[in-house]
Design a protein around this ligand. Structure first.
Ligand SMILES: [Zn+2]
Ligand SMILES: [Zn+2]
Length: 256
């Protein structure tokens, strides 16, 4: 028999919430974080339907190892493309929602640098949705690419960790936050040459308790991949800890 008292309570809470959201809408009209279009009429709270459509329909053929977009002279075999053959990427496969182009580029900027952490929900959902479309083995742990504690303190959060939590909530997979950690506070990779990047991240990551990851399949979560050296260095530490298969998922693949 339905609990009428409980049903009334749920109805009341949702009515109050609707009034509250409506009120907030008047005070602070919602706009799409990517294109600034008003979200007054839309159900999605942070990204408009048109931007979501661009993201969801921009599926590209990519190298299964490093995610580089194929075509224009770039071809790939099961061992990877020319890029990752040279770099010996340590992950089994990697998946990207998009290239680092609009609207994803702006969304990442708003999330990471403008600190709109509310974007972790729709961006985490985009990652989960992508994962649903891929066939991979069972994942034992979701591991966000760690920030050095100083960097995390400065920013106030680790963007990959917030998105990883959303994936874990959706798929009921445990998250591991502190076992893989960044021991070296590396320079930002953006201004460095390829050789400098490699040197910069070498030995930057450590696994505190290797037994926890022994023979476990791991999904690494990152925001943007450029050369892939940071993520590959993470994977190397996990591999040294005896991990099983290592996959990577990220929002965007940048051109090098
Ligand atoms: Zn938009
Ligand atoms: Zn490749």
């Amino acid at each position: 028999m339905p609990d009428l008292h409980q049903e009334n309570k749920v109805f009341l809470i949702s009515a109050i919430r609707d009034i509250f959201v409506g009120f907030l809408d008047v005070l602070y009209p919602r706009h799409c974080f990517a294109c600034d279009k008003s979200l007054h009429e839309e159900k999605n709270t942070y990204i408009c339907e048109s931007c979501l459509e661009i993201i969801e329909t921009a599926e590209a053929k990519r190298c299964s190892k490093c995610g580089l977009k194929l075509g224009s002279g770039i071809t790939s075999s099961s061992k990877g493309c020319h890029e990752c053959k040279n770099n010996k990427f340590r992950f089994e496969k990697c998946f990207f929602v998009s290239d680092n182009t609009e609207p994803v580029k702006t969304l990442i900027h708003q999330f990471k640098y403008k600190k709109h952490t509310c974007l972790a929900t729709p961006l985490g959902y985009l990652l989960t949705n992508l994962l649903y479309q891929k066939t991979i083995c069972e994942i034992d742990f979701v591991v966000p690419v760690p920030l050095h504690w100083k960097k995390k303190q400065e920013r106030g959060f680790n963007q990959s960790e917030l998105m990883a939590k959303k994936i874990c909530d959706e798929l009921s997979i445990p998250i591991s936050i502190n076992n893989l950690h960044r021991a070296k506070n590396t320079l930002s990779q953006t201004q460095l040459s390829r050789v400098q990047r490699q040197k910069n991240v070498k030995g930057a990551f450590r696994v505190k308790n290797p037994e926890k990851f022994y023979q476990k399949n791991i999904l690494l979560v990152d925001d943007v991949l450029t050369t892939g050296m940071t993520a590959s260095e993470c994977a190397k530490s996990l591999e040294n800890a005896g991990a099983g298969k290592i996959f990577l998922i990220a929002l965007a693949r940048s051109k090098m």
